[in-house]
Every structure is written in structure tokens, then in C-alpha cells.
Design a protein. Structure first.
Length: 263
């Protein structure tokens, strides 16, 4: 038997290097792939707010909301406002006192309801928001929500944003004013239960975890609106971090509707 020649040793070494090189390359590729997958899974995790959610301040929605942001009726003409009352009924059904008592807890303190110490996927509790707190606008005492008396109610909600802490410790409040038309024609405004969104309803943990969550509502009652006057009314959110005068997004932090009330 001949001793392996130098060229054999060199070849073996080259083979070993070759193997090492590819082993390292594949390990690297596998690690990179895993890393990418992890990042992707994290970014689409249902529990984490997306980048977008964090930077956009909330919009606002209202009821009644039918074919547009228009409220036009005559108090004495039931047919002209029945649809508004029905829209309010629907909006408020999830807030029925019995439903809220069954699903949610009674919270007394008004501060952010932080539940971050629970494990990620665990369900979060939510505070009650009861329909009966909306007084004249609850539809309980007055099933017509003031429309039959020419004193209509509207309901306002701030859009849900995962993990958002509105107002940086001070509740976001609501104000309504005439945008177009004679300012004095709007008359007195009442708010139920309060003119702001209490902190205890935030942060929102998302529908997977905050299974019974109910957004708080601010009800606005236009108790002295002048008859036969065409008004454009704007209701705005006010507070730290809120944008309510965006030239490009008219639902950001405010809602505008026309109001025509007749006898
Ligand atoms: C309210 O009544 C006035 C006058 O009778 C009528 O012109 C108007 O169309 C009515 N509005 C609605 C929304 O029914
Ligand atoms: C959600 O509501 C149901 C009753 O409908 C209740 O049994 C459950 O405990 C509630 N979940 C949480 C997390 O509060
Ligand atoms: C609403 O909030 C703004 C900003 O925090 C504050 O300046 C204003 O006084 C508040 N208005 C009412 C009626 O509470």
C-alpha cells in the first residue's frame, strides 16, 4: 500500500473545508429564515398593536347613522323620525343593564384599567357601561330619544385602538358647536352620563382578549334647538394627542352632521 500522497491530503482538507463552509452557510440561512419568520409572526401577532394603530389618534362615530350624517325631522310627524329612534335602539342594545351586569364588572375608580400582568392570551375584564346612565337619551324613560319633542339625542363613540391610552391621564372630552348656520340656534346642550370618556375603559386589549368590551358612549341632547333652521353641527374630541381639525380625514377626532328640526 502506498502512503497517501500530498495531493490526497490536500484533497481531504479541501473536502473538509467544503463541508464546513456549507454547514456554516446552511446554518446561517436557517437562522436568518427563522429570524424572519419570528419577526413576521410577531408583527402579525393578534395581540400586539400594529404600527398604524399606535400613531393614528382616534376617529369618532355617531348614531343615528343612516344614509348619511343627516338628521331632519318634524317632531309631530312620527314617520319622519322613527328611523332615527330605531337606529338608536340598535346602537344601544349591547348596553342594556342586564347584559352589562352579566358580562362586565362594576368599576368605581376612574383610572386606566391596566391588565398587562396577565399572560398574553388571557381574557381581560371590562368595565360596565350601562344604558340607564344615558338618562333622557337612554331610550328607557323616553323611547323616542327626544325626537317627538324636538329635542333630539345623538350618541358618540371614539373608535377603538388597541393599547391606546387616550388623553395621557386626562379624559378626552366632547364639545359640540355649530359649524355652519346661526350659532345661537343650537341652544342648550346636555351630555350623558358625562361629557368625557372615562379612563377606566382604556386601554382596549383587542377583540380576542377583551371579549366583553363595550366602548363608552357620550350622549348629546340638543334640548333647545331652534325649529326650521338648517344647521351643520360638529362634535369634537378634545384632549392631549387628539387631532380634530385634520384637513384630509374628516372623521379624525370629530363628526359633523346636519340638523333640521321642525315642529
Ligand atoms: C317638515 O315639515 C315641513 C312643513 O310641513 C315640510 O316641508 C318638511 O318636508 C318636513 N320635513 C320632514 C323631514 O319631514
Ligand atoms: C364575558 O361574559 C360572559 C357572560 O356572557 C362571562 O361568563 C365571562 O366571564 C365574561 N368574560 C370576561 C373576561 O369577563
Ligand atoms: C376639554 O379638554 C380640553 C383639553 O384637555 C380642555 O382644554 C377643556 O377645558 C375641556 N373642556 C371641558 C368642557 O371639560
Amino acid at each position: 500500500m502506498q502512503k497517501p500522497t500530498n495531493s490526497w491530503v490536500a484533497l481531504e482538507r479541501a473536502g473538509a473545508l467544503f463541508f464546513l463552509f456549507y454547514a456554516a452557510l446552511y446554518a446561517f440561512l436557517a437562522a436568518m429564515f427563522g429570524g424572519c419568520l419570528f419577526c413576521l409572526m410577531w408583527s402579525i401577532s393578534p395581540y400586539h398593536p400594529t404600527y398604524n394603530d399606535r400613531v393614528m389618534p382616534p376617529g369618532m362615530t355617531m348614531a343615528p347613522h343612516l344614509e348619511g350624517h343627516e338628521i331632519a325631522f318634524n317632531a309631530s310627524d312620527r314617520k319622519s323620525w322613527k328611523k332615527y329612534a330605531r337606529s338608536m335602539d340598535e346602537y344601544l342594545r349591547p348596553y342594556n343593564d342586564g347584559v352589562q351586569e352579566r358580562k362586565n364588572i362594576h368599576c368605581t375608580e376612574d383610572r386606566y384599567f391596566m391588565q398587562d400582568s396577565l399572560s398574553e392570551h388571557e381574557e381581560r375584564k371590562a368595565c360596565q357601561f350601562k344604558r340607564s346612565w344615558l338618562g333622557e337619551c337612554s331610550g328607557l324613560r323616553d323611547p323616542h330619544y327626544g325626537y317627538s319633542q324636538g329635542r333630539p339625542c345623538v350618541l358618540l363613540r371614539m373608535n377603538r385602538i388597541l393599547g391606546y391610552l387616550p388623553g395621557q391621564g386626562t379624559p378626552i372630552n366632547v364639545t359640540c358647536a355649530v359649524k355652519k348656520g346661526p350659532p345661537e340656534a343650537l341652544g342648550g346642550i346636555q351630555f350623558f352620563p358625562k361629557s368625557f370618556f372615562e379612563l377606566k375603559y382604556y386601554p382596549y386589549y383587542g377583540k380576542l382578549r377583551h371579549v366583553n368590551y363595550s366602548s363608552p358612549v357620550v350622549a348629546v341632547r340638543f334640548a333647545g334647538v331652534q325649529y326650521d333652521t338648517h344647521l351643520q353641527v360638529q362634535c369634537k374630541l378634545n384632549g392631549k394627542g387628539i387631532i380634530n381639525d385634520s384637513p384630509t380625514d374628516r372623521y379624525l377626532g370629530s363628526v359633523t352632521f346636519s340638523l333640521d328640526v321642525g315642529a
